[in-house]
Design a protein around this ligand. Structure first.
Ligand SMILES: [Zn+2]
Ligand SMILES: [Zn+2]
Length: 351
């Protein structure tokens, strides 16, 4: 791969873009895109490191997963189909909060949202029962800036288990903490809805991830308390966690790399289905500022954002132009792109 070829192509491309494309389509060069996405000055990566285990997290995560396995084998999913549908409904609600909210909106600012939508995003995110918005955004910004290095909280070079859940069971690598402190979080702290959500995270999590999802089946369709509890806490909650974690593990290990073969991040259809549209992870790492997080797969989250854009609650939706995607795929992809295959220089130059 020749970096100078890339920059020449991308300059030509940008001039054309500026002349021809609508202003709503974001125009960037590959070089600009790289500078914005990743840190070139830090490339340290090593294997295992010594650190202290977080025993509470180990016990907590293990207990919930044992209950999940037991519940999957003993819970009768056909006894009341409303209860089973509600598991799926909550996966969509929580999934939208994670993907459309804390990920594409607060972390990547890939679109802007009015207070009404930000309130919905914060509520849906609370339903996922994860860390508060500040921690999630900081960890994910570090992940993008220092992907698969020592400073990446879930460095996938340490294997599936570490990148999936192991990283939550131990104290972070010193470089993760050091680089995490340098991340600019001023935009999140300037958003009163995000600040409220961070301040009251434990109570919001209790209400929207556990209390209301369990109460609804009991009062709306006479489900028993035990079945409502097991289906929502031991099954749905653990599924949402694992679906989200699969982006860091599965989508950094298995799949194709049509946009940049030098990244660990991949395109993975399973992850795409499990996470309501976050499985185009190779695309996402190359264009993290694109609100669709994918070139072709407009899944649940993207369509919901499009709906809110139609009623004016979401606006300034950022997208990568087709020409920029084409240039990147041809020059850096692994040849698996359905339209544009990598060809050797000099044929790869875009006229
Ligand atoms: Zn990633
Ligand atoms: Zn991201």
């Amino acid at each position: 791969m020749e970096p100078n070829i890339l920059s020449t192509d991308s300059k030509t491309l940008t001039e054309k873009d500026l002349q021809n494309e609508e202003s709503s389509i974001t125009t960037k060069t590959i070089d600009e895109n790289d500078k914005q996405n990743r840190s070139e000055s830090y490339i340290k990566t090593e294997g295992w490191f010594r650190t202290e285990p977080k025993w509470f997290n180990i016990a907590n995560i293990s207990f919930f997963h044992l209950c999940f396995v037991y519940a999957c084998f003993t819970f009768n999913f056909f006894e009341n189909l409303m209860t089973t549908a509600w598991i799926y409904g909550m996966i969509i609600i929580a999934g939208f909060g994670v993907t459309g909210g804390v990920h594409r909106f607060w972390t990547h600012q890939s679109y802007k949202a009015k207070w009404q939508l930000r309130t919905i995003l914060a509520t849906c995110y609370a339903a996922a029962g994860m860390n508060d918005i500040f921690e999630w955004v900081r960890d994910h910004r570090v992940h993008h800036k220092y992907t698969d290095t020592n400073a990446d909280p879930h460095n996938s070079n340490r294997g599936f288990f570490f990148s999936h859940v192991g990283w939550l069971m131990m104290k972070k690598h010193p470089d993760v903490i050091r680089k995490g402190c340098e991340i600019d979080m001023s935009d999140v702290l300037a958003d009163p809805i995000a600040v409220f959500s961070i301040k009251y995270s434990p109570i919001l999590k209790f209400i929207f991830a556990f209390l209301l999802p369990v109460m609804l089946p009991v009062y709306a369709w006479n489900e028993t308390w035990s079945r409502a509890f097991v289906s929502q806490i031991f099954i749905r909650y653990i599924l949402v966690l694992n679906f989200t974690w699969s982006v860091n593990s599965v989508a950094h290990i298995w799949g194709s790399k049509p946009y940049d073969e030098h990244l660990n991040a991949t395109e993975n259809l399973f992850v795409n289905c499990a996470t309501v549209g976050e499985g185009s992870h190779n695309y996402h790492h190359v264009f993290p500022w694109d609100y669709k997080a994918s070139e072709f797969h407009d899944f649940v989250t993207t369509n919901i954002i499009k709906f809110f854009s139609k009623i004016g609650w979401a606006y300034d939706l950022k997208e990568a132009s087709e020409k920029l995607i084409k240039t990147v795929a041809i020059n850096r992809g692994d040849g698996s792109h359905s339209l544009w295959k990598a060809v050797p220089y000099p044929a790869s130059k875009i006229e």
